[in-house]
Ligand binder design. Sequence first.
Ligand code: FES
Length: 147
Amino acid sequence: MAETETPTMTEKKYDPQNPEPLAENMVRVVFLPENRVVEYEKDKLPYEHHGRPQSILDVAENFNVFLDHACGGNCACTTCHVVVKQGAELLNEMDDDEADRIETAADLQLASRLGCQAVIEKPGTVVVEIPSWNRNYVSEGHAPKKE
Ligand code: FES
């Protein structure tokens, strides 16, 4: 994929019992509970200027998956909270700023990360769940339109 090419969403559904093989240097991110699957070549994702480059939020923005980010991806809120169900070893280590911020998140879990700070550093499959309160926000029609 060329660096300026916009990545596209796959129509595949992710089956954790029987996952499709992933090509070399590819990243697959599965957004639950909708089971939206996106794939891109590592380090070829255009930066969408929300959160850290190659973060879960950056991936979501690239593929028009709604993940709230009230502070613009600056580790100053918790609206980008996700729960990492698979692939945590592919992500960067949580730094002190993220750890301090996420402590204030609703429904905090051991596998919680801030989507804007969790950078996918290695190829492979990352499965994240967007908490229900965030999804409810979407269903009420407040999701921003992608420009
Ligand atoms: S968008 Fe505010 S902390 Fe991630």
